[in-house]
Design a protein around this ligand. Structure first.
Ligand code: ACO
Length: 431
């Protein structure tokens, strides 16, 4: 029972509604508006959900003012330094870090679900070699739904856990096949002697005629990127997964919906857009001109990889990845002139009043593309990499939603501003 309330008064009718205020563990309290329409006959209007908490969640907390990101209470800095992606995915799904035995069981279960139905491989052949990988990924994720549709009871917790394992296990397989198809290389089956990230790299990069020897620096970099992208509270793609899931849709179809949303360049597509932007700038002497375009309201250019709906301080993931970028490029002996341009661009923007006054800081994707590039991952595959990581968060959030006692279909309302009721006009009488 909430002890704090907020009273909303309609100044015209004088009617009032007293709304309970709920306090979370951290973060802004929320006003419970479920009686608003019943009592006042009004909806709330909040474009882009800027002030709306759409659900209750115990998975991820982020404080945009302070630049804090916690998964199940653990700071992202500690997870990035000490954990690995498979352990973080366990944490998101189960709520606790695994013991050694639990991790071994998880790792074994994920390996056991890493294959996909052989017929699914033919699905890829329907795409042109240069189809955008996110289009392919959305398609194949939706296709996987067909293999498990009749056997999945989303209201059964065991089925939900099985689904989480399948999603996390199959994403590396699904993503790697896109790259192989694009490159004219044969598909590679998972090798269960390898751990999760190594297996993914093996399915992506192994050459049919050569033994595959992983580069430990590349494995470390890939683990880091996957951890940093694993979950991020109620972002656009996660909210899409929840909304689709609230209609009791097949979970793989929900993941396909998440992939489609993530594709957008205001969201996951930003890592690809950053590289396109750096290529367009090409030379440090062109940076100022680009920054001026990004500030010009009549120009569509934006500084990609800058700004965030929630972070009004440095994105903590960007801090981690920025430091890693230096080390990794050095260790991998990669000379990336683009990295120099990125550093200079960041320096100029962080000293520019336009960006300072709007609290626009680099986000994780300002740097992630540079690391993916150093790992020889083609630019168009950056967002599928993000999807691979984020699918662990999506499925954890989907599970949480379905086990919430308050679960109901998501159905926003609207402010109708269209035509008044009018009569149909026969075509001959139309002007
Ligand atoms: N470059 C230039 N100006 C910007 C940028 C940018 N990258 N981002 C925001 N602004 C400006 C806006 O024009 C606006 O200016 P105004 O107040 O004068 O009108 C102000 O800053 C506020 O911007 P909004 O669009 O209201 O911010 P919103 O929260 O809606 O958008 C978003 C956030 C979509 C991330 C935006 O900053 C953006 O497009 N950034 C570039 C794309 C990007 O990097 N996306 C990745 C996000 S992180 C992720 O998904 C992993």
């Amino acid at each position: 029972m909430a002890t704090r309330t907020v009273t909303i008064t309609d100044n015209v009718s004088g009617k009032q509604v007293e709304c309970p205020v709920h306090e979370g563990q951290y973060g802004a309290p929320v006003i419970d508006l479920k009686n608003l329409y019943k009592e006042l006959g009004m909806f709330t209007f909040d474009i882009g959900y800027a002030s709306t908490a759409a659900c209750r969640s115990a998975i991820t907390y982020l404080d945009g003012e302070e630049g804090v990101l916690l998964h199940r209470g653990y700071p992202i800095e500690q997870l990035a330094e000490k954990s690995n992606f498979l352990e973080v995915s366990y944490l998101l799904v189960h709520g606790e870090l695994p013991t050694t035995r639990q991790f071994d069981e998880w790792s074994h279960a994920i390996k056991m679900h890493g294959m996909t139905h052989e017929h699914l491989s033919r699905f890829y052949q329907g795409y042109r070699y240069d189809a955008h990988p996110m289009s392919v990924l959305a398609g194949v994720c939706a296709a996987v739904a067909s293999y498990y549709h009749s056997q999945t009871d989303i209201y059964n917790p065991e089925d939900r856990m099985m689904t989480a394992r399948r999603v996390i296990a199959k994403m590396p397989n699904l993503v790697s096949k896109i790259y192989r198809h694009q490159s004219g290389l044969p598909f590679v089956y998972p090798d269960n002697a390898r751990e999760y990230v190594e297996n993914f790299m093996y399915m992506m990069f192994s050459w049919p005629s050569e033994p595959y020897v992983p580069n430990p620096v590349a494995l470390r970099a890939m683990n880091l990127l996957l951890i940093l992208h694993a979950d991020h509270e109620q972002n656009a793609s996660t909210s899409t997964v929840r909304l689709a899931g609230s209609a009791e849709t097949n979970p793989f179809a929900c993941v396909a919906a998440g992939v489609s949303t993530l594709w957008g360049k205001a969201h996951g597509g930003a890592n690809e857009a950053v590289i396109d932007m750096l290529k367009e700038i090409k030379d440090p002497k062109n940076i100022q001109k680009f920054v001026d375009r990004a500030k010009d309201k009549n120009d569509h250019a934006r500084l990609m990889g800058f700004g965030h709906r929630v972070y009004k301080n440095y994105d903590p993931r960007a801090k981690i990845i920025r430091a890693a970028c230096h080390d990794l490029l050095d260790e991998m002996h990669v000379d990336q002139p683009m990295f120099e341009i990125a550093m200079e661009l960041e320096r100029i923007a962080l000293n520019d009043d336009y960006f300072i006054s709007r609290k626009l800081y680099p986000n994780v994707d300002f740097y992630s593309g540079l690391i993916y590039q150093a790992l020889n991952i083609p630019t168009s595959m950056f967002t599928p990499m993000f999807a691979l990581a984020r699918s662990s968060g999506w499925i954890a959030q989907w599970m949480e939603m379905l086990s919430d006692g308050d679960f109901r279909i998501g159905r926003p309302r609207q402010l109708y501003v269209g035509a008044q009721k009018r009569d149909y006009v026969p075509v001959a009488a139309r002007k």
